[in-house]
Structure formats: C-alpha cells, structure tokens
Design a protein around this ligand. Structure first.
Ligand code: 6R9
Length: 659
C-alpha cells in the first residue's frame, strides 16, 4: 500500500470507570508502571499466579527470533492449574460451569465433578494409546464435555485441535490430515435452532478420507441414530466408567498445548500453535485484569463457541485457571425466542458478559424492547471481541444492556496472540465508544507507516507488536517458513531491512487519536482505495450504523471505471424500519447523504443495498470477501467457513435485481 490509512471519523464521548469498581479493582494504573519499568519482571510476577512444579530459569529466550521460548526450564500441568488446585484449596463444591442446553435442559458442574470427569477422560485417552505429543481432534457442540476433553488432553500432554461443530467434512478432514491426529472426540449431534443437528456423519466421512485416526470417542447428546464403525467408542461406556483419579504430570513450559486453525482468506488453513506456560500465564492474567473477575462472587459468561480461540482462552483456560463460576450455553440467541440471552443473564445473575459485536448489532436489529423486559441488574462488566465495535453499537450495549452503569471493555486480540492484547482496564480506563484504547500492561503495540515508523497521535497505519509476549503463537504447525512470511516479513528484521528489531505484523489497520487511544480499522486486505484515498471499511460501516434506521452494515470496494474502487454497502435496517418500494429508495438516498455528511463526500457509497442478513463466519466476522464477489458480479469464492450458506443466495439474488 503506497500511503497509510486515512482516518475520517472523530469521537468525543468518554466514560470514566465507575467509582466503586475503580476502588476495588483487581488491577490499577500501577500495573502499567511496573510493566513499563521491567516488562519481563512483570510477566514473571503474573506467572507466579500459577502453580509450577518446577520454576523457570529464564523468563524469555529470544535468542532465535521470531521463535520465542517463555519461562524456559519451567514445568507445570495446565489441568492441575485449572481444576485440581481449586479442589485442593477447598473449593470443590464451587460451581465451575452452569451449563444451559438449547432445549432448556441444564447441568451444574462443580470443580470436584470437573476433576473427576477430566481424570476419567485422561485415563480413557491413555487407555486408547494417546501419549504426550499426540494430536487429538475435538469436534463437539457446546456441552461441558468440550471443556472436559480439552482439559483431559492438556492433562496428559496431548495437543488438542478443536474444530467448530458443524464445519464441513472438507474442513475437518484437512485439519485431521494436517495435524496427523490420532483420535477424534465428537458427539452424535447438538441442538441448534430448536432441532438436533448431526455431527457424527461428518466425522465418519472425514475419518474415512484420512489415514491417521485410530479411535473416535462419541458423546451421546441428542440420542439420534448414528452409524457405528469399529473405531467408535461411546463416551458413557468408556470415560464415564473409567477410574476417577489421575495423577497429573508436569510438562515443559514450551510443551505444545493446542493447534487452532484459522481459515485466512486464501490457501490452506494455518495451524496456529500455542504452548503451555506463557499461554496460561497471559490468558489467566488478562482474564483477571480485563474482566476484574472476583471468583467468590462473580458469575461470568462468555458467549463464544469453544471452536473459536475466544472459547479456548476465555471459556476454558483463563476462567478456570482463575477458579471462576461461569455459564456455558449450547445454542443460538433466538431459540426459543429473541430474549434467550437476557433470560440466561437473569436466571444465573450473570455479572460479567463477554460477547461479539455481531451479536450486539443483531440485538439492536431485534429492538430495544427485548432486553428491556429482563432484569439485567446483576451485570457489572461488559466485554466485546471479534470485530471493531461501531460506536453506536457500543452505545447501545452500554444503554440497553449495561443500563448506563457498567464499563465496556473492547478487547483486541487474535488466534495468533492467544490472549487479549489491547483493551481498557475496567477500573482504570476512561473509555471512548468504539476504541480498544491502549495496550495492556506488558504489551508493546504500535501503529506504524509503511516504513515501520511509529505514526504520531492523530495518524493511521498498520497495527504491529514490537516485543514478544507470553501467549504468542510459536509457529504455524509444520510450516516455520509460512510463520515467518505471514507475520514477520512485512516490517523490521524479518523484512530484509537493516533493522535488528523483530516486528509482528497483525494484518489490521489502526489509528491513534489525539489522545493516543487506539482505533482498530479492520483487516488491511479490506481497505478500499477510492480516487487515491485509502478508506477503511470500519469507518464507513460505523457511519452507517450511526444512522437510527441501521442495525448493521458491511462495506466493500468494487472496481469502478472512474474512481478505481467505489464503495458498495450492504445494510441491515433496524426492526421497525419501512424498506419496501419508495420508502426503501428514500432510505438509501438518505443513508448515502448521511455517510457523506459524517465522513466527507469521498466516503459516499456508490451503491447501498438493504439486506436481511450478512455472510458471517462461525465466530461472527463479516466475510467481506464474498460481498466483494457479489459487488463485482463474480462467482463466489470459498464458502466453507460460512455460518449459514443460504444467506449468500439471498444477497446475490437481491444484487441482480438491484438498479
Ligand atoms: C479474538 C479473535 C482476529 C481478528 C483481528 C481483528 C479482529 C478481534 C477485535 C478485532 C477490532 C476488536 N478483531 N477483536 N477488531 N476490535 N476488539 O477475534 O481472534 O478470530 O483470530 O480474529 O479479529 O481483525 O485481527 P481471530
């Protein structure tokens, strides 16, 4: 890209932390000073929050960059840290998981029960011949067994690789093959949108297509009929009959913990590898710091799926290492009705809610009256992750969910970073709607121009990380070269420049405002070039969402004979808005003018389409790549990671009839 990203919008609203929260916060402004004075000593202090079987000799070995080793020589067992130690401390009867099934069934799992289940699953995996270093695929719905399976792998040193339940045979088979996995843990099915949805047939086909799988463990969830092969074993006939004690052995701090595949826009999925000591240190610390978790009194709920990194770090490892009581929900937010999330918050008195902008915007679309019907007074901290949260969605979250009392933490991070990197601290930071604010203590983020020079406040460019961090990816599984090329060769030492500094390229655009607060602008690949100006999709989308008739918007650049690229917007109107005939035409004109007024004429969309849905991944990210295909009237690229494939038919047919 020849020039750095331009930024157009400005935001003046600001919300200081609530006084009571600030007075009792887990982490205060002092943490920034400590980390600033000695970053490695700071992370060593955070590692002390865990129980180590053997202490490390060196905090960081960065002698072979970008291949980091954290807590060198240290040994620990992750499952011991997430489960056993809470039971040993006398908290065995404490609830670890309040599980809520989609059809309305529920289960309560205490830390003692979790210890029993994890021990049984560890014994079963060992009986099946799984040893430390082997890979195990997990393809499950959102049921407690998903967390049990992950922890059992960690307990015996097997590397897990979770694949979203519902991903296609192709997606599952490619991942099994790449990881050369030995075992798959799955279920007959799970509940989605009010009906059982099968999982086992996909596994059967993927296993038949690949060579490495020796055993398939099957949890019975829905009771639907399943075909059976000689590799299959029921979970209830093995795990639930196995010995209930298991002695957890410590593993090296750099022992591989999991591989999680990210789809990327092109090419084969990247197996992001995370290891043990640094990963648990940072997920545990950030969960404690960013959500201000008080394990005695809080009820925490992260609505992510376990197949997304957010589920790994902030359903399993972060919260359980901190001894949290949490809610886990199997299904969709509109089953049996659109109040389901708020009914769950009310039922379990959830105090910390962590969700995604896509869900917040969906709730905006459904209408303010729905959350208004529920008692949400238990909430005290709200979190957001996955995409930039538009300022108006942030305000809606604050007003209609937080009832103007609760701080919002907008957390920026990636599968690759393993844990939260940029976020407000709820007891410290005065937040601005739409900004992730600043790097956490111990994290060195920056925004640079294409020469790797730090941009001044008020400038925009590329988000980078200048220093290694404990939960960083260690490589791409089996492909060090791709690891180097993707993340380390854009700037700094790895780019062939004379610099000796290794700089991690995140792939996101960002700006620093006049106060130095960070604004994430979306993936650099999505930036539009209109008449020589780089315009971020995020800013145009946020301008659209700031109109009272709009709930959600996705913007792409389509080839244009006069301007190079032109802005095409796909917009979901709010629930009560009239969109038929002339009213729809008038709304489109009004929206084009609204963007022009908010951001300037250069950002005025050439075309706006009113749509009912947008194409999204299973983690709720808008797939702009597919919308670009539609806008340019090309055939669609890879749709295998799409959450709902019928959405594209609707949008494409609308585009063909549009004037
Ligand atoms: C945790 C997760 C990573 C990409 C990341 C960025 C986007 C995530 C964000 C955000 C703006 C936030 N992203 N959180 N953008 N503000 N708070 O989402 O991991 O699925 O690997 O995606 O998501 O573009 O680079 P992952």
């Amino acid at each position: 890209m020849s020039e750095t990203l331009e930024n157009l919008s400005s935001e003046t609203r600001q919300f200081p932390p609530p006084a009571e929260l600030a007075a009792n916060a887990n982490v205060t402004a002092e943490a920034y000073e400590q980390a600033g004075a000695d970053r490695l000593a700071f992370w060593a202090t955070q590692a002390e929050r865990l129980v180590w079987a053997k202490k490390w000799d060196q905090v960081l070995d960065w002698s072979n960059p970008p291949f980091a080793k954290w807590f060198v020589g240290g040994e620990l067992n992750i499952a011991y840290n997430c489960v056993d130690r809470h039971v040993e401390a006398g908290n065995g009867d404490k609830v670890a998981i309040h599980w809520e099934g989609e059809p309305g069934d529920s289960r309560t799992v205490t830390y003692s029960e979790l210890l029993t289940s994890v021990s049984q699953a560890a014994n079963t995996l060992t009986d099946l011949g799984v040893v430390a270093g082997d890979r195990v695929m997990i393809y499950l719905p959102m049921i407690p067994e998903a967390a049990v399976a992950m922890l059992a792998c960690a307990r015996i040193g097997a590397t897990h690789s979770v694949v979203f339940g519902g991903f296609s045979v192709d997606a599952l088979a490619t991942r099994i093959q790449d990881a050369a996995a030995k075992v798959v843990i799955t279920a007959d099915g799970g509940y989605r949108r009010g009906k059982p949805s099968a999982l086992k047939p996909t596994v059967d086909e993927a296993v038949a297509r690949t060579e490495s799988i020796e055993h398939v463990l099957v949890v019975r969830r829905t009771g639907q009929d399943v075909a059976w092969t000689e590799k299959d074993k029921w979970w209830h006939e093995t795990v639930e009959q196995a010995g209930t004690t298991h002695d957890a052995q410590p593993f090296d701090a750099e022992h591989p913990l999991f591989i999680l595949y990210t789809s990327g826009t092109t090419g084969k999925p990247k197996g992001i590898l995370h290891t043990t000591g640094g990963y648990l240190t940072q997920t545990s610390y950030t969960h404690h710091a960013v959500f201000d978790l008080k394990p005695e009194t809080d009820v925490y709920w992260c609505t992510a799926d376990i197949g997304w990194v957010t589920g790994h770090s902030y359903i399993v490892y972060g919260p359980l290492s901190n001894g949290a009581t949490q809610v886990m929900y199997e299904g969709t937010p509109d089953t049996p009705d659109r109040g389901r999330f708020w009914q769950i918050v009310d039922k379990y008195k959830v105090s910390i809610l962590y969700t995604a902008p896509t869900l917040i915007r969906t709730m905006m679309k459904w209408g303010d009256d729905i959350p208004a019907k529920y008692d949400l007074s238990s909430l005290r901290v709200l979190g957001s992750v996955g995409e930039p949260i538009n300022p108006e969605a942030w305000m809606w979250y604050r007003e209609h969910v937080g009832r103007e009392r609760t701080p919002i933490v907008d957390t920026w991070w990636q599968t690759e970073t393993g844990a939260i990197m940029i976020s407000p601290l709820p007891g410290v930071t005065a937040t601005k709607p739409g900004s992730a604010m600043t790097a956490l203590p111990g994290i060195s983020s920056d925004v640079v121009d294409d020469q790797a020079q730090s941009v001044p406040d008020g400038g925009g460019g590329f988000l980078v990380l200048r220093e290694p961090w404990p939960s960083m990816l260690r490589t791409i599984w089996g492909d060090d070269k791709r690891f180097l090329e993707t993340y380390w060769s854009r700037f700094g030492a790895g780019s062939g420049s004379s610099s000796t500094e290794w700089i991690y390229f995140a792939g996101d655009g960002a700006k620093k405002d006049e106060d130095g607060a960070l604004w994430l602008l979306g993936r650099v690949d999505d930036v539009m070039l209109v008449s020589g100006h780089n315009i971020s999709t995020t800013e145009v989308e946020s301008a659209l969402v700031s109109h009272p008739s709009v709930a959600e918007a996705a913007v792409v650049g389509a080839t244009d004979p006069t301007t190079g690229q032109a802005i095409v917007a796909f917009t979901i109107p709010r629930g009560n808005v009239e969109t038929e005939g002339e009213a729809g035409e008038a709304l489109i004109q009004e929206l084009r003018n609204h963007v022009s007024k908010t951001l300037g004429p250069i950002a005025k969309p050439r075309q706006i389409m009113l749509v009912a849905e947008l194409p999204k991944t299973r983690s709720g990210k808008i797939m702009r790549r597919l919308l670009r295909d539609v806008a340019e009237k090309r055939s669609l690229g890879d749709v295998t990671t799409l959450q709902d494939s019928t959405v594209m038919d609707l949008i494409s047919s609308g585009m063909n009839t549009a004037k």
